[in-house]
Ligand binder design. Structure first.
Ligand code: UD1
Length: 443
């Protein structure tokens, strides 16, 4: 195995080519749309494939920027990744040339940190960039690092990089998280699959994408199971084999389309959705007064009969699964702009996910931002076209929703953020009757 590449001390991430969406709002969306595979499952599945030297094959992988970044990171390590058809990826990690995840990868995509567990447990060492840099507070990875240490890893932190090694094999152990963490749970689970002995992870996050990853690991020969809703148990194996897997539907994209129909007064059918994964959202829709029918993989939302004022405002709070996903907070906020009364929004998971409401205000929403976790939305508001800027993925998709609901033309800067996680979002909306185009940002 070669030594780590030289560090990029002066590295500054290249800004992606600036693009903007131009949206003509006011048209009710109608038609049928197929939900893509889940970003937050696909990225972890691709990473899990390095647990074996044998070929793994994935279907229903979303064609999004984050998947392209993950494929590039794997390829840079020396892993062979083929892309024989749209949505199909094959990964063969017979050997890797480098055990080094550079700052470039971490800066582009925080989820590159999911490679810590699989690389460390299979190859015994890895040097991986801290995706948060030296900033403390926002999006730390301390829980991932502590979990690896609980499995016997030795990890030093120097100059923005974690130097991790496992003398011999990792050893199974008790991993007790002080708070629920999705990727922390996944990293621990992936590492434990090749560790010696038994690992118990508690509290384990309960997101459906984790169970999808678990299903794939079982196909690889791993002994891993959810023994209680918040407990995952792993009996480590010496080797795992290649396997095939189809990625679960994206429940965040599902919620985005349901809200799109609601706020434009349209009627949509969603195919390839997973009704059982969006329970909290469906409860919320029932309380707001939005009719949604759900059967197996098909969902229907019909807002054509709604009159202004029919939707009722309510208080929402984000929470780990099975609660309302923090990634669904932005689309739900757009829905609440059309509901009557005050809706209190409590964003309990992240401290940087309320700020985007300032941009929503530019399109005519009435929003009071109380602090980093709380806001009040007063509805119903008559949204109008405006110029606004996307700061992150989920906020971006939600500004599109608001612009689709608004009267007039909107120019939404920062379109590239949305392509990180939504496959062909502009084309999908166009097929439903929206007027949305993407072009180089004139700003
Ligand atoms: C994942 C999802 C993201 C989603 C989030 C919460 C992926 C690629 N991303 O992110 O879309 O919004 O779950 O559902 O799957 N924390 C720490 N230390 C850590 C790790 C997390 O303090 O080492 C904190 C975070 O700052 C946050 C909370 O724990 O406040 C939960 O974050 P976590 O569940 O880990 O989110 P991610 O797995 O990064």
């Amino acid at each position: 195995m070669a030594d780590a590449r030289p560090f990029h001390w002066e590295y500054r991430p290249e800004p992606a080519a600036p693009e903007a969406f131009r949206i003509e709002g006011g048209a009710p969306l109608r038609g049928t749309v197929a939900v893509s595979g889940a970003k937050n499952a696909a990225l972890k599945l691709l990473a899990a494939a390095v647990l074996t030297g044998e070929r793994c094959r994935f279907e229903n992988v979303p064609e999004i920027e984050d998947v392209r970044v993950m494929v590039q990171v794997l390829t840079d390590l020396g892993v062979v990744v083929d892309h024989p058809a749209p949505g199909v990826y094959e990964v063969a990690a017979g050997d890797v040339d480098w055990l080094f995840i550079p700052l470039e990868a971490a800066a582009k995509m925080r989820a590159s940190f999911i490679l810590l567990g699989p690389l460390l447990t299979r190859f015994g060492r890895v040097i991986i960039s801290n995706p948060g840099g030296d900033r403390i507070g926002r999006r730390p990875v301390n829980l991932h690092v502590d979990a690896m240490r609980a499995l016997g890893a030795e990890i030093d932190y120097r100059n923005g990089y974690y130097y991790a090694q496992a003398p011999g094999r990792l050893r199974g152990g008790e991993i007790t998280f002080p708070q629920v963490t999705v990727m922390g749970t996944e990293n621990a689970m992936l590492a434990a699959c090749l560790a010696e002995g038994r690992t118990v992870i508690h509290p384990a996050a309960q997101e459906p994408e984790i169970d999808d990853l678990m299903a794939f690991l079982v196909k690889m020969g791993a002994e891993v199971a959810r023994t209680a809703p918040d407990t995952i148990e792993v009996h480590g194996q010496r080797r795992l084999r290649g396997a095939n897997h189809r990625v679960v539907p994206d429940r965040i994209e599902t919620g985005t389309f349901l809200v799109a129909a609601a706020v434009t007064g349209g009627k949509l059918t969603l195919e390839n959705a997973a009704c059982e994964h969006v329970g909290a959202l469906l409860d919320l829709f029932a309380r707001v007064g939005l009719p949604v029918r759900c059967e197996g993989t098909r969902m229907e939302v019909d807002a054509t009969g709604l009159r202004p004022g029919d939707l009722r405002g309510l208080d929402i709070e984000t929470a780990p699964y099975p609660g309302l996903a923090t990634d669904l907070q932005p689309p739900v906020c757009v829905l609440l702009t059309q509901a009557t009364g005050d809706s209190h929004v409590h964003e309990a998971i992240f401290e940087d996910r309320i700020e985007w409401l300032g941009e929503l205000r530019k399109l005519g929403a009435t929003v009071d931002i109380a602090d980093a976790h709380n806001a009040v939305i007063r509805g119903p508001a008559r949204l109008h076209g405006a110029e606004a800027s996307i700061g992150d993925l989920r906020a971006g998709a939600s500004l599109i929703l608001a612009a689709l609901a608004a009267e007039g033309t909107s120019l939404i800067h920062g379109a590239h953020h949305v392509h990180r996680g939504y496959e062909n979002i502009d084309r999908k909306f166009q097929q439903l009757g929206a007027t949305i185009t993407r072009s180089a940002d004139p700003a």
